[in-house]
Design a protein around this ligand. Structure first.
Ligand code: C2E
Ligand code: MG
Ligand code: MG
Ligand code: MG
Length: 288
């Protein structure tokens, strides 16, 4: 853009800024409308136990179908919602939908499946979180152990005492706590030791590099060994190949999630999908 504008760097920079601000404002207006018009939906991606192939639950992933722009990826709009704090009301809508799903799974005879919900740092530091969560679990009569909250390392470096207290409160509900995208942030092992975590999710970038890059494989095996020492379960995300799954099995990784096992499935198709692909609750690899 700088050259097209006659090489005036400052002017180009301003134009760029202007465009970015315009895009952002446009997106923000669209998001407000999207919230009102319910353009959001949830997809659910299965998680399974590596050793047995047993279905253990799902991760809820938000989807936005924009009337003109089509599907907008969460990595594009979640940061905007975080910045203008609309992620908080949207977040409670997501939690409520997950509780409804948890109930319908149980009615359908799928007991013991856990639903993992991504929580932004802004949501986790909302002072109302604990009370709202308590009330929603009661309202839907869902046991806390069927819900897991995925926090990121960004959440954990905020006011640590306050966060620890909140985690302990939430643990009293039986809700599981996990650290998402583990290995990409700054979580100190010392903090991790103090936190009432149940599991960590190894970031998918380590998985994608694993088979070519020896270091990534070694990082994965070290994380698994270290987390087991801390009595935490390990989930691998982004599992795309049978070689990766086999590697994880050999090194005692507890859970796996990824396109190899299943893509995120729209909520309306979920029951049919799992009945077909997880007969008796166990994953059946597709015959090639
Ligand atoms: P995340 O929580 O780390 O979610 C995992 C992402 O990896 C998802 O992308 C998922 O679709 C994708 N994925 C799953 N399996 C594979 C695989 O085998 N290979 C590859 N390459 N990717 C795989 P998605 O749905 O685009 O979400 C991106 C991020 O947006 C999430 O990362 C999460 O940070 C955020 N996000 C999504 N839904 C929500 C939500 O409901 N609330 C909040 N606060 N954030 C959300
Ligand atoms: Mg996640
Ligand atoms: Mg992740
Ligand atoms: Mg992520």
């Amino acid at each position: 853009a700088a050259k097209q504008n006659g090489g005036n760097g400052a002017q180009a920079y301003n134009l760029d800024m202007y465009q970015r601000v315009r895009q952002r404002v446009g997106l923000e207006q669209d998001l407000t409308l999207a919230l009102a018009q319910q353009q959001f939906s949830l997809s659910f991606q299965p998680q399974m136990e590596v050793s047995s192939g047993k279905l253990v639950g799902f991760e809820a992933l938000i989807r936005w179908k924009h009337p003109e722009r089509g599907h907008v990826p969460p990595d594009h709009f979640i940061p905007v919602l975080e910045q203008n704090r609309q992620i908080i009301p949207l977040g409670y809508w997501i939690i409520e939908r997950c509780l409804q799903l948890s109930l319908s799974l149980q009615y359908a005879g799928w007991h013991d499946l856990r639903i993992a919900i991504n929580l932004s740092a802004e949501q986790f530091s909302d002072p109302e979180l604990f009370n709202r969560l308590t009330a929603l679990l009661q309202q839907y009569e869902v046991d806390g152990r069927f819900i897991e909250l995925e926090l990121t390392e960004r959440t954990l470096v905020q006011d640590i005492d306050c966060m620890l207290q909140r985690m302990q409160q939430i643990k009293t509900l039986g809700v599981h706590l996990a650290i998402d995208d583990f290995g990409t942030g700054y979580s100190s092992l010392n903090y991790l030791k103090q936190m009432p975590m149940d599991s960590i999710k190894i970031d998918k970038s380590f998985l994608s590099g694993m088979l070519e890059n020896r270091a990534d494989g070694q990082i994965i095996t070290s994380i698994i060994a270290m987390m087991h020492q801390l009595e935490l379960q390990v989930v691998a995300e982004g599992v795309e190949t049978t070689q990766q799954l086999e590697f994880l099995r050999q090194h005692g990784c507890d859970m796996a999630q990824g396109y190899l096992i299943a893509r995120p499935i729209p909520q309306t198709e979920l029951l049919g999908y799992i009945e077909q692909h997880f007969t008796q609750g166990v994953w059946h690899p597709q015959q090639p």
